[in-house]
Design a protein around this ligand. Structure first.
Ligand code: FMN
Length: 305
């Protein structure tokens, strides 16, 4: 079965990507499998300047997922371009840069720097940063800000596809999706983590120094499926599904709703070899359930009348 996908200006040999922040920059996972088995790698979130991230502890386990408040720790874009990207250049895998900034201008600047790199196949815009200039609300929760940030990146992205990564921490994900499309998004990826919290009854302290953190893993899959379902029906722009994918069946659920590709996040921590076999397993499962092709199966969900 042909597992190649082509959507929104992004071409990949299969629909499996690894989610930003959960797969290092790819090379850390090379001992566990062949990076070229993946369709794409979303690199760790990058900012213009290096960021130390949040204080420790910043990860906690929950019964069906994890909480993290890493705070986009990263060495900055220049370090990434000089010291990390060159090692990925020879790999036949789409490298997607994940962008993080605190205002639209900064997003545009970062987008321009990354778009100039041949090896970068697309830009993924993480709109979950608290927008300091506008008074503290996250970009991702304000449709006007989503449009503004998307426009700023799109304007400077040249021919590179711009993928906007939506937050589920909103009352109406569809208006956020439409806002990104209005700003010129070529692709939407969803979802990022859900805001959560964990406390220790003995020490009487939060388990994460930042107090609140992002929940990911199997617990969030139903929320992610709902968001992807609503967004796929509301906009014409292709969608990449993310959230709790830990099996081929999970991945096909997102494709059934209409997603063109999927990203694997927390599962990389549990089984570092998981993402490498996922496309092959999806192919087998599609054959087993009698699908003619990936293309044919995509979006074929039958809803009650
Ligand atoms: C430790 C950790 C770090 C993350 N860092 C980023 C990041 O830098 N940029 C981003 O857009 N998303 C980041 N995410 C969110 C994931 O890319 C993904 O959207 C989320 O974890 C949901 O997918 P999952 O349930 O498969 O993990 C991070 C998630 C985790 C667990």
């Amino acid at each position: 079965m042909n597992m190649k996908v082509s959507f929104g200006g992004l071409e990949m040999k299969n629909p499996v990507m690894t989610a930003s922040g959960t797969f290092g920059n790819g090379l850390e996972f090379a001992p566990y499998g062949d990076l070229e088995k993946l369709g794409g790698i979303c690199a760790k979130g990058l900012s213009l300047k290096p960021r130390e991230g949040n204080p420790m502890p910043r990860i906690a386990e929950t019964p069906c997922g994890m909480l993290n408040a890493i705070g986009i720790q990263n060495p900055g874009v220049e370090y990434f371009l000089t010291n990390i990207l060159p090692s990925l250049k020879s790999k036949d895998v789409a490298v997607v840069a994940n962008l993080y900034a605190c205002d639209a201008e900064e997003f545009g600047e970062l987008g321009a720097i990354l778009a100039a790199e041949d090896k970068i196949a697309a830009l993924e815009v993480n709109v979950s940063c608290p927008n300091v200039k506008e008074g503290g609300a996250a970009f991702g929760q304000d449709p006007r800000q989503i449009t503004k940030v998307t426009e700023a990146v799109k304007k400077r992205a040249g021919s590179k596809p711009v993928m906007v990564k939506l937050s589920p921490n909103v009352a109406d994900i569809v208006s956020c999706a439409r806002a990104a499309v209005d700003g010129g998004a070529d692709i939407l990826s969803l979802i990022n983590t859900l805001i959560g919290m964990s406390v220790d009854i003995r020490s009487r302290r939060p388990r994460i120094a930042n107090v609140v953190a992002g929940l990911s893993g199997p617990a969030i899959k139903p929320v992610a499926l709902r968001c992807v379902h609503q967004v796929c029906r509301a906009v014409d722009v292709p969608v990449v599904g993310i959230g709790g994918i830990a099996s081929a069946e999970d991945a096909l659920e997102f494709i059934l709703l209409g997603a063109h590709a999927v990203q694997v996040g927390t599962a990389n921590f549990m089984r570092p070899d998981f993402a490498f076999s996922l496309a092959g397993d999806m192919e087998k499962l599609l054959e087993e359930i009698g699908a003619k092709s990936l293309e044919d199966y995509r979006g074929s969900l039958e809803l009650p009348l």
